[in-house]
Design a protein around this ligand. Structure first.
Ligand SMILES: [Zn+2]
Length: 142
C-alpha cells in the first residue's frame, strides 16, 4: 500500500528490539520469557520483572481507537501539502493495555472516533540504506 506520509518522511531506525515489529508484516508484541508480560514498545528490560529474555507473540492485528488527534498545522512546514492528517493510538484486542501509534488509512480525518474498530494493514517500504524491507503498520477502520 502507498505510504500515509510522504515518501521522504523518516523511517524507523531498526535495532534488535524493534526489528520484528517493523519487518514481520504482523502485529507482534514482545513477551517476557520469565513472567509472560507483553510490552510495547519493545525494550531491553521487562517492565515488570527486569528480565532481559523475550519471545514475540503474534496478535490478531485488530483493536480499537483509544485516542486520536487531527494535525492541522504543518510542522515541519514541508508537510503543508499533507495536512490535515490523523494520528491514532490503537488498543489491541489481544492486549488492551498495549497501545500502538499509527494513522487511519481509509477514513476522513474528522470522522475518527474513540472506540472505532480497526485492523492493521502494512506499508511495504524498501529501506535501501538499512538493506531491509520494512512493513510499517497502519490501521483500517472496519
Ligand atoms: Zn518479566
Amino acid at each position: 500500500m502507498q505510504r500515509y506520509m510522504p515518501d521522504w518522511w523518516a523511517l524507523p531506525a531498526l535495532n534488535d528490539n524493534n526489528k520484528a515489529f517493523f519487518t514481520s508484516g504482523k502485529i507482534v508484541v514482545q513477551t517476557c520469557k520469565s513472567c509472560q508480560t507483553a510490552q510495547h514498545p519493545p525494550e531491553d528490560v521487562c517492565h515488570v520483572c527486569q528480565e532481559t529474555s523475550f519471545d514475540w507473540q503474534t496478535c490478531s492485528g485488530e483493536g480499537v481507537v483509544y485516542s486520536h488527534t487531527v494535525v492541522e498545522h504543518p510542522i515541519p512546514g514541508t508537510l503543508k501539502d499533507r495536512v490535515p492528517y490523523t494520528v491514532i493510538l490503537v488498543s489491541l484486542n489481544d492486549h488492551p493495555e498495549i497501545r500502538i501509534l499509527g494513522n487511519p488509512v481509509n477514513i476522513d480525518p474528522n470522522k475518527v472516533e474513540v472506540g472505532q474498530k480497526v485492523k492493521a494493514v502494512f506499508e511495504t517500504i524498501e529501506d535501501e540504506k538499512a538493506g531491509v524491507t520494512l512493513k510499517i503498520p497502519q490501521w483500517e477502520v472496519i
